[in-house]
Design a protein around this ligand. Structure first.
Ligand SMILES: *Cc1c(COP(=O)(O)O)cnc(C)c1O
Length: 416
């Protein structure tokens, strides 16, 4: 089979059996077929090597197929891939202890699941059970997943409207405004849920002190605080967790995406003893998941945390983030298409001055061997979330290639 035939075959199966609308969109945007991946690179059906600056929306913080994480998962696969559920699982217990040791404050007990949305579902249920209240305060542009509960606190109408009514009692306020939260909290509030940096909202870094102010507001009003660290967690922003930048801890923290090291899917909802007791003391099976905490995923996640510590990935994210950010600024200096370059650590975003520019730039980047995508709730922003293992040479190449893609897009737009 030639590479073109291979592409045609997978495209036709996508359009017939997966999602014809998405399949056509991906084909139109020039998506190839992924073949294999290693480190910062993805290899497609034509044997092209592409630098991954999308990083699976934050999944591939360790790069692709990190050997230590792959080995940990393989060892467990050979022994016992899934839990029999009628025994204690060592891998689950070890990982939960490790999470308690690296998370801030009094976060202690972990409920395991398989994805970000599931970790948020658990957080919302825990908050309701622990508070005896039902309402949530979230932020415009915030993204917490697409299951019904998580979608109810995801601040974008476009994704909510077709599924209404969602769970009642979700209120939205501007991200970055702690006073707005203070005015919105009532006796019916179960919890406030925010991302330390909005990811899908367009890589929005809140003003300094925001998280600390939220903590203060929640303490004063006696309401729970949930940090959704699904994207900011596990060293992405230059510290282990986004909230570590302000030295504050939530009552409930959600993790997923990079927790499995880019090898296994896993979600985790970590909460304080106080919250946990109120949820589970009368019924230890009140909220459960069949595959949650399975030993293969837990072994991969445990190895992931070890790799982050051994390879100093928090420090790397910080230094490489500065290098990539300033290189992106330099490479796009003077361009009228660019409105802003921002972010923290290796969670960076470039905002365009107009709609529909992003798509053109992305296709120019792809042509040059660089993968990126825009943020789901804000198509004006291209995200750069490469593996934290990216080298300085690769970061500079990515920025210059992006600069070339922007310039060529400018020429195309001027010619129109
Ligand atoms: C991606 C994401 C989710 C949802 O995760 P899924 O695994 O896609 O369900 C939730 N919260 C944040 C902040 C995310 O970035």
């Amino acid at each position: 089979m030639t590479s073109d035939e291979r592409h045609a075959a997978v495209l036709s199966r996508y359009t017939d059996f997966v999602n014809p609308y998405l399949g056509r969109l991906m084909a139109f945007a020039g998506f190839g077929v992924e073949d294999h991946a290693e480190g910062c690179y993805i290899y497609d059906h034509e044997g092209r090597k592409l630098l991954d600056c999308l990083g699976g929306y934050g999944v591939f913080s360790l790069g692709h197929s990190h050997p230590k994480v792959v080995q940990a998962a393989k060892d467990q696969l050979d022994k016992m891939p899934l839990s029999a559920r009628a025994f204690f699982s060592e891998r689950t217990a070890e990982l939960a202890e490790k999470l308690a040791s690296i998370t801030p404050g009094n976060l202690q007990l972990t409920f395991f699941s398989n994805s970000g949305a599931e970790s948020v579902e658990a957080a919302l249920k825990f908050a309701r059970a622990a508070s005896g209240s039902t309402e949530f305060i979230s932020t415009y542009g915030g993204f917490h997943g697409k299951t019904l509960g998580a979608l109810s606190v995801t601040g974008r109408k476009k994704y909510q409207s077709p599924f209404e009514p969602l769970i009642p009692g979700a209120k939205f306020v501007e991200f970055g405004d702690a006073e707005a939260v203070a005015s919105a909290v009532t006796e019916y509030t179960a919890a406030v849920i925010v991302e330390p940096i909005q990811g899908e909202g367009g890589i929005i870094v809140p003003p300094p002190g925001y998280l600390r102010d939220l903590r203060e507001v929640c303490d004063k009003m006696g309401t729970l605080l949930i940090f959704d660290e699904v994207q900011t967690g596990m060293a992405r922003t230059g510290k282990m967790f986004g909230c570590d930048h302000e030295g504050v801890a939530p009552d409930i923290m959600c993790l997923a995406k990079s927790l499995g090291g880019g090898v296994m899917p896993i979600g985790a909802t970590i909460c304080t003893q106080r919250v946990f007791d109120k949820v589970y003391s009368e019924n230890p099976l009140l909220h459960t998941s069949t595959f949650g905490g399975n030993p293969t995923a837990c072994a991969a996640a445990f190895a992931t945390i070890e790799v982050i510590e051994e390879e100093g990935l928090c420090e790397k994210a910080e230094t490489m983030g500065e290098i990539l950010k300033s290189a992106l600024k330099k490479a796009t200096e003077g361009s009228e298409l660019i409105a802003d370059v921002r972010g923290r650590g290796l969670m960076l975003g470039v905002e365009f001055a107009a709609d529909e520019v992003g798509e053109l730039v992305i296709s120019q980047m792809n042509k040059r061997g660089l993968i990126a995508a825009y943020t789901l709730n804000n198509p004006r922003v291209i995200r750069f979330e490469p593996p934290l293992t990216i080298t300085e040479e690769e970061a500079v190449w990515a920025a210059n290639t992006f600069g070339d893609a922007v310039r060529e897009t400018e020429e195309i737009l001027t010619a129109l």
